[in-house]
Design a protein around this ligand. Structure first.
Ligand code: ADE
Length: 253
């Protein structure tokens, strides 16, 4: 594909009836703890191994779902997303798991639904490109599918808030030192939460013309306690993302 060309805008696809979005959903998480709740509640139909990744064919809330742990980082997320698309022809894709908060109003355990994603570590400014702009393309802000966002935002998460915000993705685990050296994540890119895979999946979805959504539970504040909090809260909070996915899968009965 000539990457200078505009990609199809699937974000607003009015003809994609809501139900058709959920005919076969691909769900990715980076770590075991991030997909554990899904596996616990799913009816397993089968599994296939590919290059060390396990693709689970399951039924969840009566829907056909392909569930996979892709590992951490943008390359893993992109690789597994493209294989999932080529092999299973999903109608939409969801990335689920945890994120660090950038927005001071977000608390640990809150859920953030992606309005859009930007890859914060893409930097071609020396060549005249804006930060986050994938070089020599029009790609920078990857909008999630608005109907998926609207459905997800109606979930009630017990004891926590649900936000719709901008997710920044990059191959760095962010702590306070990192953020202090990367003020642009707040000032320029206006990020609400930071993680390491969503924007990569979003780019692959854009190239393939597929709707996507990222659902992340806040595990830390990307600050001086980030490492401690991440390890402590990951297993406790990851299931909040599951509640949102279950809600959207159930909404269309
Ligand atoms: N995922 C969860 N917390 C994170 C952080 N602080 N930085 C990057 N990815 C994260």
């Amino acid at each position: 594909m000539n990457m200078q060309e505009k990609l199809p805008d699937t974000s607003g696809a009015p003809d994609a009836g809501l139900s058709s979005l959920f005919e076969k959903v691909g769900i990715l998480g980076a770590m075991d703890a991030e997909i554990a709740e899904f596996l616990k509640h799913a009816e397993i139909l089968g599994r296939t191994e590919w290059r060390g990744f396990t693709f689970h064919r399951v039924k969840l809330a009566g829907r056909h779902v392909i569930l996979v742990k892709c590992g951490i980082g943008k390359v893993h997320a992109a690789l597994v997303t493209q294989h999932l698309i080529d092999t299973y022809s999903p109608t939409s894709l969801i990335f689920t798991g945890v994120a660090g908060a950038l927005n001071p109003a977000y608390e640990i355990g809150d859920v953030v639904i992606s309005r859009d994603c930007i890859q914060h570590d893409v930097d071609g400014r020396a060549l005249g490109f804006a930060r986050g702009n994938i070089l020599y393309t029009d790609l920078k802000v990857f909008a999630a599918h608005p109907a998926l966002v609207d459905l997800a935002r109606t979930t009630r998460v017990d004891g926590h808030h649900l936000h719709v915000g901008r997710i920044l993705t990059g191959d760095q685990f962010m702590t306070r030192d990192e953020i202090n050296h990367h003020r642009y994540m707040l000032d320029e890119l206006a990020g609400d939460a930071v993680e390491m895979e969503g924007g990569a999946m979003a780019q692959v979805c854009a190239i393939n013309g597929l709707p996507y959504l990222v659902i992340r539970t806040i595990s830390d504040r990307a600050d001086g306690d980030a490492v401690l909090d991440f390890n402590r809260f990951l297993p406790l909070v990851a299931h909040n993302s599951y509640a949102v996915v279950r809600h959207i899968l159930n909404s269309l009965r």
